[in-house]
Design a protein around this ligand. Sequence first.
Ligand SMILES: NC(=O)c1ccc[n+]([C@@H]2O[C@H](COP(=O)([O-])OP(=O)(O)OC[C@H]3O[C@@H](n4cnc5c(N)ncnc54)[C@H](OP(=O)(O)O)[C@@H]3O)[C@@H](O)[C@H]2O)c1
Length: 261
Amino acid sequence: MKKENYILVLGAGGNIGGKVAQELLSRGAKVGVVGRNRSRLGQFEGKAEVWEGDFNDDAFLHQAFLKANRLLLTVPDDAFTDVAATAQRLARLLQGTAVTHIVNISNSIIQKAGKPTRLVALEEELNRYLPQHLLHLRCGNFFENLNWGLHTPYAPNLKLPYVSSYEVAFEAANHLQQRDFTGKEVKALLGERDYGMAELAAAAGVTYQQLPYTPENIHFYRPFNEGDFEVEPRIGKREPGTDERFTLTYFLQHDLQRGKV
Ligand SMILES: NC(=O)c1ccc[n+]([C@@H]2O[C@H](COP(=O)([O-])OP(=O)(O)OC[C@H]3O[C@@H](n4cnc5c(N)ncnc54)[C@H](OP(=O)(O)O)[C@@H]3O)[C@@H](O)[C@H]2O)c1
């Protein structure tokens, strides 16, 4: 495989990484997919180079980086305990590689409870330590979050941006292929509009029940319900997507796991 055409996708066993890799492969790109578990990368066997290993394994990650010149970055949960250390480590492991352009999956909730959210804090550290061109895609909530449960502690009418993971993958693939960003850039992916949980549950045919907080989740939900958060501004009106996969209706018909919710 030619290094100059090689796009490495982290988190390819998951939702966004998997869809970005599929989108790139459907366009004929040369792709490497990274995940801990080969069984979750099965769809890529014979189509992409499969890298089975842990994000936290320096030697493994550096070897994978050495093959690539572009990178889709998704950072696993356990790397958020020290975002500065994670950014410094990535900078070190990218040194001596041909990687010039990185698309990083970030969050449209830019601050909560008076602090930058963890993905936005990571953005700042990546900008500080990585010399590569970096595009942070500040994504709204993925529709897939509804598969975690249609009843949550969110206030019924609290509106948040929701976006299709197919749209995120489409945008990420465009930018990785075109390398149309320089320096450090941010792009908001907020979907067509904001939704409240009562509305989303109703669209799925369910009457929303706001759940009480638990000790484990109160720190996550309460700042939202008390309005103590800031969302990336929605500038202008988004053109309705021409791709039906980008819509809530498509998600509800094809990807909502009714058995789970
Ligand atoms: N959910 C949202 O609404 C939302 C909104 C904005 C941004 N985001 C961010 O978007 C990113 C991607 O989300 P997603 O929905 O695609 O997540 P996901 O479906 O959970 O996928 C994450 C992938 O990361 C892999 N992974 C986890 N720990 C790893 C490790 N130590 N080494 C190697 N791979 C590891 C997992 O691989 P295995 O297959 O090996 O387990 C999994 O396939 C996350 O950073 C998330 O915070 C989410």
